[in-house]
Design a protein around this ligand. Structure first.
Ligand SMILES: NC(=O)c1ccc[n+]([C@@H]2O[C@H](COP(=O)([O-])OP(=O)(O)OC[C@H]3O[C@@H](n4cnc5c(N)ncnc54)[C@H](OP(=O)(O)O)[C@@H]3O)[C@@H](O)[C@H]2O)c1
Length: 282
């Protein structure tokens, strides 16, 4: 059986790294990206590449048709990786801005998954890996849109896993904590684009939020930020374990918060999360 995998969001960060790592491991990687210039760049790197914009149903359909043409109608795995973060306090998120967050992180991912499932059902096997986040397990202030989209992805995936029992298709979530990528840079663009800081009740805190988003690279003292390799290791497990786990945690913060969520009352957890949010937005 050929180990082919379709990956979204390969222009940068974790998606790009996982594409390189899986190719090196012998997978046939079908790499996708939102912008044509990134598709070209992927092709220059020797990938089979195609445009896939999660906000655009036509591009999702065309990318799946392309993938099945490339592989002769089979697909071993799908890594739903492409996403972005929209920072900003809940009360400063317009309906449209919240919708945009869900269009990409949830609805596009869902549509792509639904297009791939018939191929996997037909062949009687497959792996679907959903890139969630520690912020799909717990909430932090000023990340409400992203929190909501990843919580929703967790719920959708938990249901899908139950519904696919016995189908031969295994579904896993990767709950990633802080990892080096273009994520923060892209989130800062969305913040500047969509949040009216001057007319916000959170105006003063936003100065600190902006400082954090604008900071280049990882905080030198931050021992928790990992390189994308940490995600690759877990993706490989989700692809190759005979019985894939429902969740793979990446980074120490995910483990800490995952355990605290199980142990603490909501009120006690709020106290911890409030302190963490205040600390990061000082
Ligand atoms: N880095 C972290 O600390 C962290 C932590 C937890 C979870 N994650 C998850 O990791 C995944 C990858 O993020 P990253 O950290 O590698 O950040 P990144 O470097 O910003 O990469 C995000 C990727 O998603 C793509 N994307 C955004 N909107 C898209 C759309 N409409 N259609 C298709 N692709 C789209 C981006 O494409 P463009 O270049 O065209 O924008 C880019 O390729 C995401 O699911 C994110 O939620 C990251």
């Amino acid at each position: 059986m050929e180990k082919s995998i379709l990956i979204t969001g390969c222009s940068s960060g974790i998606g790009h790294h996982v594409a390189l790592g899986l190719r090196q491991r012998g997978y046939r990687v079908l790499a996708t990206a939102r912008k044509p210039e990134d598709v070209e760049h992927l092709e220059q790197q020797g990938f089979e590449a195609c445009r896939l914009d999660l906000d655009d149903s036509d591009s999702i359909r065309q990318a799946v048709e392309w993938a099945t043409r490339q592989t002769g109608g089979t697909l071993f795995a799908l890594f739903n990786n492409g996403a972005f973060g929209q920072p900003g306090a809940i009360e400063d998120l317009s309906r449209d801005v919240l919708r945009e967050q869900f269009e990409t992180n949830l609805f596009g991912t869902h549509e792509l998954t639904c297009r791939v499932l018939p191929i996997m059902r037909q062949q009687g096997y497959g792996r679907i890996i959903q890139h969630s986040s520690v912020l799909g397990l717990i909430a932090l202030k000023y990340r409400g849109a992203y929190n909501a989209s990843k919580f929703a992805l967790e719920g959708l995936t938990d249901t899908l896993r139950l519904e696919l029992r016995g189908s031969g298709i295994q579904v896993s979530l990767i709950d990633t904590g802080p990892v080096l990528s273009r994520f923060r840079e892209n989130a800062y663009l969305k913040f500047k684009q969509n949040i009216d800081t001057q007319n916000s009740a959170h105006r003063r805190t936003y100065a600190a939020v902006e400082r954090r988003l604008a900071a280049e690279g990882p905080h030198k003292k931050d021992p928790f930020t990992k390189r994308p390799e940490a995600v690759l290791v877990q993706v490989i497990k989700a692809l190759e374990a005979p019985r894939a786990r429902p969740r793979y945690y990446v980074t120490t913060p995910t483990w800490i918060f995952g355990i605290l969520k199980r142990l603490l009352s909501s009120r006690a957890l709020d106290q911890v999360l409030n302190a963490v949010s205040n600390r990061e937005n000082r």
